[in-house]
Design a binder for this molecule. Structure first.
Ligand SMILES: N[C@@H](CCC(=O)N[C@@H](CS)C(=O)NCC(=O)O)C(=O)O
Length: 123
């Protein structure tokens, strides 16, 4: 079984999307908090940019038999989780043949969310 670590922030809807998938599938991931507002945003610090050069949450670190992998982009992470743990499914089937499936975009269809919408600068 792979070891999972999710770089997350409680107000990040993109990270929330991955947390929903993990919970639906009964998977446990270490939660690594990255504060999007503190000190100009921890997502922009060199340590985090080394993991995710886009400077965005979420990032899922996967350690499995094939090595250490860093996954970014919440919908791609959900798709990965569906491939490795198909039940219950989080992706709807596509009409065309082939293995590719499309994740439901819950909780938000937005693909890019600035940190200003993830919380007040006072928190
Ligand atoms: N398309 C990306 C969007 C990721 C995204 O926008 N994350 C926000 C938090 S919800 C973020 O990290 N923002 C950092 C910033 O604006 O500096 C995904 O789905 O993973």
């Amino acid at each position: 079984m792979a070891s999972l670590a999710l770089y997350t922030y409680f107000r990040s809807s993109a990270a929330y999307r991955v947390r929903i998938a993990l919970n639906l599938k009964g998977l446990t991931a270490e939660q690594v908090p990255v504060h999007l507002l503190r000190d100009g945003g921890e997502q922009l610090k060199p340590d985090y940019l080394a993991l995710n050069p886009q400077g965005q949450l979420p990032t899922l670190a996967v350690d499995d038999a094939t090595g250490h992998h860093l996954l970014t982009q919440s919908l791609a992470i959900v798709e990965y989780l569906d491939e490795v743990h198909p039940t219950p499914p989080c992706c709807r089937p596509t009409p065309s043949p082939g293995p590719r499936r499309v994740p439901w975009p819950w909780p938000s269809p937005a693909t890019s969310i600035p940190s200003t919408t993830c919380g007040s600068r006072n928190t």
